[in-house]
Design a protein around this ligand. Structure first.
Ligand SMILES: Cc1cc2nc3c(=O)[nH]c(=O)nc-3n(C[C@H](O)[C@H](O)[C@H](O)COP(=O)(O)O)c2cc1C
Length: 308
């Protein structure tokens, strides 16, 4: 397969401009190593390890399995400040190449990370926050569009990606509903330097999601996804049937059911994006990457010829 080069992929030493995006609870060290060996950037939230000791042990395990780049997601406001500081030190100690910040101001983390030559990505749903993050030192901005898994925006990728590209100095990473090589080709045409894919990798063999969750992703259609703030107070996309009260009743009923503790958020209420429509099978991370690259090549070759 040919290497697919962009400025940011080259800077990070990636063969393909793809990030296996961090997913609370279900991303793991096995996905990171598989992604690294497949030539893309694997990532996970530090909080997917219960304690700071387990987090360090997971990073040491990754380091023992691969010398290729990978990333760690630090969820600023969702993490206890002491744990956040400790996880950042661990990342610095073990020379994690990429830190992905979300849910907060990345400036302090960016300053520390830059001292160590690390790269910082920050995710946003609006230009306003992207400009702030750029000023705070983010080296690349992840634009999370409508339909994305997890907390998602409402702007179409056809607008958000080129709009960020036109208004930022730093590279843009496209996130939201990307599950195929065709969509990667479209994202790069819109100005992205990497694509950031979560939902497609839920349906990977290595992912820590339940088998039934993986099957719901490969069997689902966009109509099975609901965009609601009833679960966490922030709008995110979920598989509708897993949100208590929502399949049959109203948002208020769902909020009540979630608050009464009927289901554990993110563990039993499954998040996924509209990209489930295009995720067709459960297979190893490496095989998913091969599919995406093959589809990308076919898509680029299949574009209408230019008449002289
Ligand atoms: C189950 C799930 C959990 C997620 N957890 C996180 C998280 O902990 N931190 C974060 O920054 N993004 C999180 N995200 C968002 C992803 O990193 C990424 O932005 C998103 O999956 C991209 O859209 P896609 O799922 O349509 O590919 C999560 C997404 C999913 C589907």
């Amino acid at each position: 397969m040919p290497r697919i080069r962009t400025g940011l992929a080259d800077k990070l030493g990636l063969r393909y401009p793809i990030v296996c995006a961090p997913m609370f609870i279900i991303s793991n060290k096995e996905m990171i190593v598989a992604a690294a060996e497949a030539g893309i950037l694997g990532t996970m939230p530090s909080l997917n390890l219960r304690t700071r000791e387990e987090f360090r042990a997971a990073l040491e395990w990754i380091r023992s399995k691969t010398d290729k780049p990978f990333g760690i997601n630090l969820t600023i406001k969702l993490t206890d400040p002491e744990r956040l500081a400790s996880d950042l030190e661990t990342c610095i100690d073990l020379k994690v190449p990429v830190i992905i910040t979300s849910y907060g101001n990345p400036s302090e983390i960016a300053r520390r990370a830059h001292d160590q030559g690390m790269t910082v990505f920050h995710d946003v749903i609006h230009l306003k926050h992207a400009l702030k993050a750029q000023e705070s030192g983010a080296d690349a901005i992840i634009g999370v569009t409508a339909g994305a898994g997890g907390h998602a925006g409402t702007t179409s990728p056809f607008v958000l990606v080129p709009y960020l590209r036109e208004n930022l100095r730093v590279p843009v990473i496209a996130a939201g509903c990307i599950a195929t090589g065709k969509q990667m080709a479209a994202s790069l045409a819109l100005g992205a330097e990497l694509v950031y894919m979560g939902t497609r990798f839920i349906a990977s063999t290595e992912c820590g999601a339940d088998q039934a969750y993986k099957e719901a992703v490969v069997n689902g259609s966009p109509e099975d996804i609901v965009y609601t703030d009833a679960v966490s107070g922030v709008h995110a996309n979920f598989l509708r049937d897993t949100v208590p009260g929502l399949a049959t009743e109203s948002r208020e009923a769902a909020q009540k059911a979630v608050q009464s503790g009927g289901a554990k958020k993110w563990k039993e209420i499954w998040s996924a994006g509209q990209g489930i429509a295009l995720a067709k099978d459960i297979k190893p991370v490496g095989a998913i990457v091969e599919d995406i690259v093959r589809e990308y090549v076919d898509a680029v070759r299949g574009l209408p010829a230019l008449e002289p």
